[in-house]
Design a protein around this ligand. Structure first.
Ligand SMILES: *Cc1c(COP(=O)(O)O)cnc(C)c1O
Length: 407
């Protein structure tokens, strides 16, 4: 089991593949069962359609021999996602981190960018990969996202953009952020890795700011194994993003930027098309479990849950709880009590990004600057939540949380 901190995977390492020889083809490699696989509950489990439904897609790829470089499935998935999400333009990527890095490149962001410490490390890493200095500001205790008042106070002559995160899929204060961006001439790029399909005031949440970046990692609400995308608002910007994810190549003899290889392959795109058919059902199943947690945990002293933001249609991507002093046990006592029952909840987001060695040198990383985020990081546990989580197991988790303080 992978024990690295601040890391979205609860995956099990596959066994090494047996060596193949020309004469005796080995049987298909098997993946060793993890000893705890049968009984353990992880924070998430990826949604997979029946394998047989994927085979016709693979046959088409084998027939066409188009494996990547914007093939037919890539094209179809971009169109299908624009339609499903209600966004004008989307560019697929091989993962969300390369999409974040490329979004900043596309807008030529340099200097300083104001961002949140309460996120997955890729948010801030994407800045460092562009030679940009992250400036951390504190979060709002209701949305768990950047507090616009704190953004304004952190602006310097070097500030070029704002990189907020729709944390756990709950909308940021998009109006407050846009007002400041307009006032000071800043770009806004949303890390929307948690916000697939979230709607807000009847519109896609992904249509705010210059760009929104999605992740289709195995642990996210919609997955293509690995994958990601940038949503943007005009055709010219999409074109520039498409160059950047293909080495900066504009045509056979023209390279317009030092782009990267961030292209999504045909296998991932085809899988995305299949996944899209089941995503509404997956979100509905998540919603049932979200409601059951809320009901089960209501009135437990010291356990706080997030409340819906006005006008939001959620995707139920995570179920964070915050363990306060009234609970009678510490967050880590509860976390390890769950682990002792093979329930692998995760402390997202602890430690704060600003606590990691490559970030704690900047002045804005000081805990005194980030009191709300610091408290949240010390109290949070994300409980297991996925469409196939058995309700009995969910009830067991609720009972354990209720009973732990009064044995
Ligand atoms: C998952 C995630 C990412 C990174 O996406 P990948 O597809 O894994 O590269 C970035 N930001 C946040 C907030 C995430 O949760």
């Amino acid at each position: 089991m992978n024990q690295r901190v601040n890391e979205p995977l609860s995956a099990i390492a596959p066994a090494a593949l047996p060596a193949s020889t020309v004469d005796s083809l080995p049987p298909a490699p098997t993946i060793a069962a993890h000893p705890l696989q049968k009984t353990s509950v992880y924070v998430t489990q990826p949604v997979l359609p029946p394998l047989a439904e994927f085979l016709p897609y693979l046959e088409q790829i084998w027939d066409s021999k188009m494996l990547t470089n914007g093939g037919p499935f890539h094209q179809q998935l971009e169109e299908a996602l624009c339609e499903y999400l209600g966004v004008p333009y989307i560019s697929l990527f091989s993962n969300g981190t390369l999409a974040l890095i490329s979004a900043l490149q596309a807008l030529r962001v340099t200097g300083e960018v104001i961002t949140t410490p309460y996120s997955f490390v890729a948010t801030a890493h994407s800045l460092v990969w562009n030679g940009i200095k992250p400036v951390f500001v504190d979060i709002d205790p209701v949305t768990m996202a950047m507090d616009p008042a704190r953004i304004e106070a952190a602006i310097t002559p070097n500030t070029v953009a704002i990189l907020p995160v729709h944390c756990y899929g709950y909308p940021c204060d998009v109006d407050g952020i846009q007002r400041i961006a307009d006032l000071y001439g800043l770009k806004v790029i949303y890390d929307a890795a948690h916000a697939f399909a979230v709607r807000h005031r009847g519109n896609s949440l992904l249509n705010h700011g210059e760009m929104s970046v999605l992740s289709f990692h195995a642990t996210k609400v919609f997955n293509t194994f690995e994958g990601g995308a940038i949503v943007c608002q005009d055709a010219k910007t999409k074109k520039r993003i498409d160059y950047l994810k293909n080495f900066g190549i504009a045509d056979e003899t023209t390279v317009v930027a030092p782009g990267i290889n961030g292209k999504m392959s045909e296998i991932n795109a085809a899988f995305g098309l299949l996944q899209l058919k089941g995503v509404d059902d997956a979100i509905a199943q998540r919603g049932i479990r979200d409601a059951r947690y809320r009901q089960g945990l209501a009135g437990v002293p010291g356990i706080a849950v997030m409340t819906s933001i006005a006008g939001m249609e959620p995707n139920y991507s995570y179920f964070p709880i915050f363990v306060g002093p009234d609970y009678g046990r510490t967050r880590d006592e509860l976390y390890f009590a769950l682990r002792a029952r093979d329930i692998y909840a995760r402390r997202y987001f602890y430690p704060l990004i600003s606590q990691f060695p490559m970030y704690r040198g900047v002045a804005s990383a000081e805990s005194d600057n980030l009191p709300v985020a610091t408290r949240a990081a010390s109290q949070v546990i994300c409980l297991p939540l996925y469409p196939t989580l058995p309700l009995e197991q969910l009830d067991e988790i609720v009972n354990l949380i209720r009973d732990l303080p009064n044995p």
